[in-house]
Design a protein around this ligand. Structure first.
Ligand code: GLU
Length: 480
């Protein structure tokens, strides 16, 4: 039987992988890791990566979930070469193949009633046999061929299915374990496993990378491919991701949706680096740029055992990338958070400057946006405990003096600002903190910020001086 490829398959492409999510929810980290491995393997081999949306479960699939998955893939920058293809748009194709299989005797109509199947199952259970269809309709012609029926694949009776899983090694399943799978329901709709087979065939998929929860489908799918004389792809079943308590990763453990990580202030590079290491490694290397991942990734080095999610390590990686990636690039992601938090950044320092100033202190971009509000917006209140600690009686004098010096500066840069603070302390005969801390509270509103010189540069001259004056007035009023 000849497949009609969906797109013109380039014969020079030797590796073609796919990611085939079911759009029943957001893109979760497990799915994202599968997508990443599949994508990396394609890129490593100069191959192509196909995105396919398995939306045949009409009750559970939603367009919102499809959008969420596409959004997640785009945010992670896992670009696909073909697709997204939608299974719901391919029902004619699936049915065409089923009709041909019926003609060729590779499949048959089954008219068995629910009751008969139930009785059969009960009987088998009673005899401690594995429940499976007994092939009744293969040998009994129906009274009325047009009566409601399903179509079953004629699974081989003898022998076994053997395949070499790229991750798990050789796997062998006896055909006696496999049922005559229903490939078309009574309502005429093709079933899940069948659609996957036809898609992988039509799309020229050479390597199927997917979650280990699909491992039981593989022998059935291979049998159908064989019956169709289609090439059998290499399969690679990736193990599960567990939470830090050893249970299957779920919402209980924190964020599981890729976009939630964006919302929480992670960079896609950090999440990708984290996910690639979760079940794959190259020596004891921890940091991988995407280029490096592509260069080094091998399916055969993917771990067979489940991996446990570790948020601390992800945070560590995020902090690394916040500091190591070009500030202009990090700033683009940071911009989203300002917008999200309703902070107008049009009046203030360049966002790349914020990345440089706060990179050391902030492990997430969300935190960075929150912590840098004062660079862009004036505030109405000083933090209460900071006021108690740092706006004591001598503070007004220190601020007046330092303001005088700052006002006189011809250049608003870190070095002269630093000197102005230092000189103020010297002249007053106090430690730097006695000047720096009131100044910090004056210009940022609170007792924590990066060093005063770069902070003042970022806030800008006019704004800084105005805030210092406001603080002086506040202290004087308070102590009056
Ligand atoms: N649609 C399946 C899922 O989301 C994946 C099937 C496959 O990769 O073969 O779990």
């Amino acid at each position: 039987m000849k497949a009609e490829p969906l797109f013109n398959l380039d014969p020079s492409v030797k590796v073609r992988t796919r990611f085939a999510p079911s759009p029943t929810g957001y893109l979760h980290v497990g799915g994202a890791r599968t997508a990443l491995y599949s994508w990396l393997f394609a890129k490593h081999n100069q191959g192509e990566f196909v995105l396919r949306i398995e939306d045949t479960d009409l009750e559970r699939s939603t367009p919102e979930a499809t959008q969420a998955i596409l959004e997640g893939m785009e945010w992670l920058n896992l670009a696909w070469d073909h697709g997204p293809y939608y299974q719901t748009k391919r029902f004619d194709r699936y049915n065409q193949v089923i009709d041909q299989m019926l003609e060729q005797g590779l499949a048959y109509r089954c008219y068995c009633s629910k009751e008969r199947l139930e009785n059969l199952r009960n009987e088998q259970e009673k005899n401690k046999e594995k429940p499976r269809y007994d092939g009744y309709c293969l040998h009994h012609a129906p009274e009325n061929p047009d009566a409601p029926h399903v179509v079953r694949f004629k699974n081989p009776q003898e022998g076994s299915v053997v395949f070499d899983d790229a991750v798990r090694g050789r796997i062998e399943i006896s055909n006696s374990e496999l049922d005559d799978l229903i490939i078309r329901r009574t309502d005429g709709s093709p079933t899940y496993n069948f659609c996957v087979v036809i898609d992988d065939w039509d799309m020229g998929i050479t390597h199927v990378v997917r979650g280990e929860d699909h491992i039981n489908n593989t022998p059935r799918q291979i049998n159908i491919l064989k019956a169709l004389n289609a090439p059998i792809p290499t399969y690679a079943h990736v193990s599960m991701i567990l939470g830090d308590d050893g249970q299957k990763l779920s919402k209980r453990h924190g964020a599981v949706s890729v976009m939630q990580y964006r919302d929480d202030g992670f960079l896609p590079e950090a999440l990708l680096n984290y996910l690639v290491r979760l079940g794959w490694g190259h020596g004891d290397q921890e940091i991988f740029s995407v280029e490096e991942m592509i260069k080094l990734f091998e399916l055969t080095q993917v771990s067979k055992s489940a991996s446990a999610f570790n948020t601390e390590k992800l945070l560590w990686l995020n902090h690394h990338y916040i500091r190591e990636l070009p500030p202009e690039y990090v700033a683009k992601h940071l911009a989203w958070h300002y917008q999200h938090q309703g902070i107008d950044t049009s009046n203030g320092p360049a966002l790349s400057e914020i990345v440089v100033i706060l990179g050391e202190r902030c492990k997430t971009l969300k935190e960075m946006a929150t912590a840098s509000r004062y660079f862009f917006e004036d505030f109405d209140h000083f933090d209460e405990s900071a006021v108690k600690k740092h706006f004591k009686s001598g503070a007004a004098e220190a601020l007046e003096k330092v303001k005088e010096k700052l006002t006189a500066l011809s250049q608003w840069t870190a070095e002269p600002i630093h000197q102005a603070i230092e000189q103020t302390a010297e002249e007053l005969g106090v430690g730097m903190g006695k000047v720096g801390m009131p100044l910090r509270v004056a210009v940022t509103g609170a007792g924590q910020s990066p060093s005063m010189d770069v902070t003042l540069v970022g806030i800008g001259r006019n704004r800084s001086l105005a805030r210092i004056q406001k603080a002086i007035d506040f202290i004087k009023a308070k102590n009056a």
